[in-house]
Write a protein that binds this ligand. Structure first.
Ligand SMILES: *[C@@H]1O[C@H](CO)[C@@H](O)[C@H](O)[C@H]1NC(C)=O
Ligand SMILES: *[C@@H]1O[C@H](CO)[C@@H](O)[C@H](O)[C@H]1NC(C)=O
Ligand SMILES: *[C@@H]1O[C@H](CO)[C@@H](O)[C@H](O)[C@H]1NC(C)=O
Ligand SMILES: *[C@@H]1O[C@H](CO)[C@@H](O)[C@H](O)[C@H]1NC(C)=O
Ligand SMILES: *[C@@H]1O[C@H](CO)[C@@H](O)[C@H](O)[C@H]1NC(C)=O
Ligand SMILES: *[C@@H]1O[C@H](CO)[C@@H](O)[C@H](O)[C@H]1NC(C)=O
Ligand SMILES: *[C@@H]1O[C@H](CO)[C@@H](O)[C@H](O)[C@H]1NC(C)=O
Ligand SMILES: *[C@@H]1O[C@H](CO)[C@@H](O)[C@H](O)[C@H]1NC(C)=O
Ligand SMILES: *[C@@H]1O[C@H](CO)[C@@H](O)[C@H](O)[C@H]1NC(C)=O
Ligand SMILES: *[C@@H]1O[C@H](CO)[C@@H](O)[C@H](O)[C@H]1NC(C)=O
Ligand SMILES: *[C@@H]1O[C@H](CO)[C@@H](O)[C@H](O)[C@H]1NC(C)=O
Ligand SMILES: *[C@@H]1O[C@H](CO)[C@@H](O)[C@H](O)[C@H]1NC(C)=O
Length: 414
């Protein structure tokens, strides 16, 4: 495995107080052909403990970042996966595992290993080596260059890896980037609406703007080896409560755009949906209970950056003991009324006009509907009013018929 590294393209752009380094990495096979070319800048946010406090450290990929030749790989013999491993500092590394099918390639697993004993990055930290991983939505058509200038945050336990200005290609042919590009979703939406992008530049606040209306309904579907396992239509709004720099506590809601990118997975017992928009991520995890024939939302996670008035940069909240959106397997859950799912003291998610079905989805279409309690209550009022009206009509009709019969009887006696 001969892998070379061309690195240290310092961009010298100062952003959010950090020096932005955009580095180029390449992985080559035994004959010297390049199979992975990548150019990106990365920010890491790591939450760790000292003996007395809890700290959040944000740092970018330093200029000593280099390709780890012994770990990176173009894929031997029958293996289809390729690996780019980048090492930096004292024992930290970022590991991108690529996989492909007939038409596309994807970073199927991102792994970040960090060493809390490195006091230059983690002052006063307790604890040693840690490793976290996640799936990603970094995906492109084969023989095209993946291009994404906008930020893409990948959240893992206690760690957020924030990519930006990404240009990369795996399964490369011809030793250089393909001319044709696969533009990531985030960039496409900014080119479609350039007028609005000037107000949300990536260089100032990463925070989304507060919601002024109900969120638009997004449509999501997730498929696995046995076909489709999740179908969902819902409007999403994140509600965060945070303390501001002037020591007051405030709540703010942010609409999650209906066209954010998403990914997911189907397992026998869990169905996952991950949504990404800018640096905001949402994670839904459904489980099914075989003994009761019900499925429900058990896990909900949100990771969102806060407005500049906030004391902290982000809120990451996660709850895996929920019992929301419950319905019978094979049927769909629906709630027209706004429904709020509480995650933690500082975050909740408001759902608008939701219809969702997980696990068994015969024919790939929503099954019969199980309405939420709130809708049923709301429907009760029109039903009562309707019943009262029907009753009134009936009384009038009976009175009329009786009256008619009486008058008939009257004629006959004459
Ligand atoms: C890497 O990206 C930076 C910023 O996007 C760019 O200036 C630089 O030319 C790129 N390097 C290569 C080799 O493409
Ligand atoms: C830090 O320590 C506190 C209390 O000991 C614990 O509750 C928390 O989970 C720890 N956090 C991390 C990131 O290790
Ligand atoms: C790869 O090489 C680095 C040093 O270059 C070493 O620290 C690491 O243990 C090696 N990893 C493997 C899997 O051999
Ligand atoms: C590390 O701990 C020492 C002593 O407890 C303290 O003086 C110092 O400020 C700490 N450093 C950081 C960066 O927290
Ligand atoms: C990802 O992390 C989980 C738990 O932390 C571990 O079980 C799994 O093997 C890891 N996956 C990869 C591909 O490293
Ligand atoms: C990609 O390019 C290679 C070499 O030019 C070619 O053999 C292969 O069929 C192409 N794949 C696709 C999906 O276009
Ligand atoms: C992450 O943080 C939690 C609590 O904040 C802590 O209990 C746990 O040990 C940390 N996990 C890792 C892998 O660092
Ligand atoms: C991305 O690149 C552009 C221009 O090449 C630069 O202005 C911007 O600061 C970079 N953004 C990040 C987050 O590195
Ligand atoms: C947001 O959450 C706070 C605290 O839980 C709550 O008081 C507020 O009503 C919520 N706002 C919305 C619009 O859901
Ligand atoms: C999942 O279910 C399928 C079909 O019922 C079965 O063949 C497979 O072994 C199961 N997988 C696991 C990990 O339980
Ligand atoms: C670090 O971030 C976490 C989650 O975003 C937050 O709960 C915690 O209060 C932060 N800690 C500090 C010291 O800012
Ligand atoms: C998760 O939500 C449940 C139900 O709302 C609540 O009882 C529990 O305390 C929450 N867990 C965490 C870790 O916040």
């Amino acid at each position: 495995m001969a892998a070379r590294c061309k690195r240290g393209l310092l961009l010298g752009a100062v952003l959010l107080g950090f020096l932005q380094a955009s580095s180029t990495f390449e992985v080559t096979d035994d004959s010297g052909n390049i199979c992975i070319l990548a150019n990106f800048s990365v920010h890491f946010t790591v939450q760790y403990n000292t003996s007395t406090t809890n700290e959040n450290r944000t740092f970018s990929l330093p200029s000593d970042a280099h390709v780890l030749k012994n770990v990176s790989s173009c894929g031997k013999e029958k293996e289809i996966s390729q690996v780019l491993a980048v090492g930096f500092g004292h024992g930290h590394s970022l590991h991108l595992k690529f996989e492909k099918n007939n038409s596309s390639y994807v970073v199927s697993t991102l792994t970040f290993s960090y060493n809390l004993s490195d006091t230059s990055i983690f002052p006063n930290a307790t604890g040693g080596k840690k490793e976290v991983n996640s799936t990603t939505d970094i995906k492109a058509a084969l023989n095209t260059t993946y291009s994404c200038h906008n930020k893409n945050a990948i959240s893992m336990t206690n760690v957020t890896v924030l990519f930006s200005n990404v240009t990369l290609e795996a399964y490369l042919t011809g030793n250089t980037f393909s001319k044709k590009e696969s533009i990531c979703f985030e960039d496409r939406s900014t080119t479609v609406a350039p007028a609005t992008t000037t107000h949300i530049p990536a260089t100032t606040s990463q925070a989304p703007s507060p919601a002024k209306k109900d969120p638009d309904v997004g449509h999501y579907n997730v498929s696995g080896a046995h076909g489709i396992c999740l179908l969902a239509a819902m409007g999403l709004q994140v509600n965060v409560t945070y303390s501001t720099k002037n020591e007051s506590i405030t709540s703010q809601v942010f609409n999650f755009p209906q066209n954010g990118s998403y990914s997911g997975s189907c397992d026998n017992d869990t169905v996952t949906l991950n949504l990404v928009s800018g640096s905001t991520t949402l994670r839904f995890q459904f489980v099914q209970n075989a003994s009761t024939d019900k499925y429900f939302l058990q896990g909900l996670g949100v990771n969102i950056s806060l407005p500049s008035e906030a004391k902290g940069n982000r809120i990451a909240a996660d709850n895996n003991t929920l019992s929301a959106l419950k319905a019978t397997v094979g049927k769909s859950y629906r709630c027209v009324a706004e429904e709020s799912v509480w995650i933690s003291g500082n975050a909740s998610v408001n759902l608008f006009n939701v219809q969702v079905q997980a696990f068994k989805i015969p024919g790939g279409k929503f099954g019969s509907v199980e309405e939420c309690q709130m809708d049923e209550n709301n429907m009760l009022i029109p039903i009562i009013v309707g019943a009262a009206l029907a009753g009134l009509v009936l009384i009038v009709l009976i009175a009329y018929l009786i009256g008619r019969k009486r008058s008939h009887a009257g004629y006959q006696t004459i």
